[in-house]
Write a protein that binds this ligand. Structure first.
Ligand SMILES: C[S@@+](CC[C@H](N)C(=O)[O-])C[C@H]1O[C@@H](n2cnc3c(N)ncnc32)[C@H](O)[C@@H]1O
Ligand code: SF4
Length: 449
């Protein structure tokens, strides 16, 4: 890609795991409005619902990390936190009876580091939840994010026995010097051993999280990281662009700016990865994700069934995603909700019997229409735009991208070209009415590339 194109499109851009994006949420719902929105979402369809549980704990801080974490070596914190999650679940279950009758289809454990919890505590958390929901044919799609440095066979076996079949390993990079600079030394053997262990136990999908744009990541080092990744052949790869957000995550200030691959150099690392994955039989799923062509995510994409929510790309669309735990985000068809982010505050409010709302958003009619458009665009790289859109204005807005061969229009259809795929979020911004009405007053999003 020419450096001009690169300069033009490397701008701050949302990742569109929701619309409106979190900085544009305005009307925080009351508890009644929120639970009504969930009931309405669960009522009319059998699309079912999903659970996300946030486990914030990590034993050490990786300096690049953008997640909501609590750094501690004290495993005494496990049990009280599990109890709070169960209590939060009870509060929801009492308020929304439909959670017991509509099918729960997906359960994802994220963090932080969910494998901070021992096998016994994972069981203490999940068994009561699984026995109190309704499952279709006894099945659900269970997935967990694991840190290979802090995961053992007992945990993976316990999760498998409860029905989990997907595991995602935080790998990031295989080079020791890069690892030193991000405060995360993790050997090839650790990654290999957890990958093989998961497969031996019977997990059907292993994902690796890799990041490009880390300090001192050179093309040579990236080449080796990619080769080592292919040696273990994960079913999926999330190849994330390092989100540089030092105004939110001060540990990123530890990076020397000259150590970070920037602009074209950073983009080159992404292109290397994309090329290697496509050659090795992976498909480009959309923003930063690759999957082997027989993997469910790739199949869902081929069948136009791919969905996108706060958990990233998923292969089913469920109308309600219930987020439990500190900072967890939930969604219903007409409303978003986020829990408070500080652990002591979360714990105190749960102990007092209420769900600790930080913020949320009640979607307007216009939000609902734009949300569908952006969702379709982010999952299919094309969207049918009906009457709600002023075509002349949209085409003017996207004229530079059309001229650069990144987007084209066919009748009412806006299509991202193959060349344009890495710029999916730039084009989505042209549909984002809230962003167009008011640009962010400060840095809110990471760069798009
Ligand atoms: C919750 S962590 C995964 C589980 C576990 N904590 C671990 O690190 O192995 C989620 C993933 O987010 C990604 N991530 C975290 N901070 C990021 C950032 N600033 N930019 C891009 N990706 C980031 C990492 O790839 C990480 O594996
Ligand atoms: S990358 Fe994972 S292990 Fe590292 S601090 Fe973030 S959540 Fe914790």
């Amino acid at each position: 890609m020419s450096s001009e194109l690169f300069k033009k499109y490397d701008v701050q851009a949302p990742r569109y795991t929701s619309y409106p994006t979190v900085p544009y949420w305005s009307e925080t719902p009351s508890w009644e409005q929120w639970t009504q929105a969930i009931k309405a979402g669960l009522g009319p369809t059998d699309a079912g619902w999903s659970i996300y549980m946030h486990i914030p704990f990590c034993e050490t801080l990786c300096s690049f990390c953008g997640c909501n974490t609590v750094i501690t070596k004290s495993h005494k914190k496990e049990h009280p936190y599990v109890e709070r999650l169960l209590k939060e679940w009870q509060i929801y279950k009492s308020a929304v009876a439909e959670f017991g009758s509509r099918p729960m289809r997906q359960l994802h454990l994220g963090g932080g580091t969910p494998t901070f919890l021992s096998a016994d505590n994972l069981k203490a958390l999940l068994e009561p939840v699984l026995s109190s929901v309704s499952l279709e044919n006894g099945e659900f799609e269970g997935s967990i994010e694991v840190d290979p440095r802090r995961t053992n066979r007992e945990q993976l076996q316990a999760l498998y026995d409860m029905g989990f079949r997907r595991v995602s390993l935080g790998v990031q990079d295989f080079n020791v010097e890069v690892q030193r600079l991000i405060n995360r030394i993790q050997t090839f053997e650790e990654n290999k051993s957890i990958t093989e262990m998961a497969r031996e136990i019977g997990y059907t999908s292993v994902n690796f999280d890799l990041i490009y744009g880390l300090p001192q990541q050179t093309p040579e080092r990236m080449q080796i990281t990619l080769e080592k990744t292919l040696e273990l052949r994960p079913d999926r790869v999330a190849f994330y662009s390092l989100a540089v957000v030092p105004w939110i995550k001060p540990a990123q200030r530890l990076f020397k700016i000259e150590d970070l691959p920037q602009g074209e150099d950073k983009y080159h690392l992404y292109e290397m990865g994309r090329e290697v994955f496509l050659e090795a039989g992976y498909e480009d799923i959309g923003l930063d994700h690759f999957a082997l062509s027989d993997e469910k995510l790739a199949v869902a994409r081929a069948q136009s069934k791919l969905h996108r929510n706060f958990m990233g790309y998923t292969e089913h669309r469920t109308e309600v995603l219930l987020g439990l735990g500190v900072s967890a985000i939930s969604e219903a068809p007409t409303c978003f909700h986020q829990n408070k982010k500080e652990l002591p505050v979360y714990e105190r409010e749960i102990d007092g019997g209420s769900v600790p709302t930080l913020r949320g958003h009640l979607l307007s009619e216009e939000d609902l229409a734009v949300r569908e458009q952006i969702l379709q665009f982010m999952t299919r790289a094309e969207v049918d735009l009906e009457s709600q859109v002023d075509f002349t204005v949209l085409q003017e807005r996207l004229a530079p991208m059309v001229a650069d061969g990144l987007v084209r229009f066919e009748g009412n259809r806006m299509i991202q070209t193959q060349k344009g795929l890495p710029f999916l979020r730039n084009s989505a911004m042209a549909l984002d009415k809230r962003l167009l009405a008011k640009s962010p007053d400060q840095s809110m999003f990471s760069k798009s590339l």
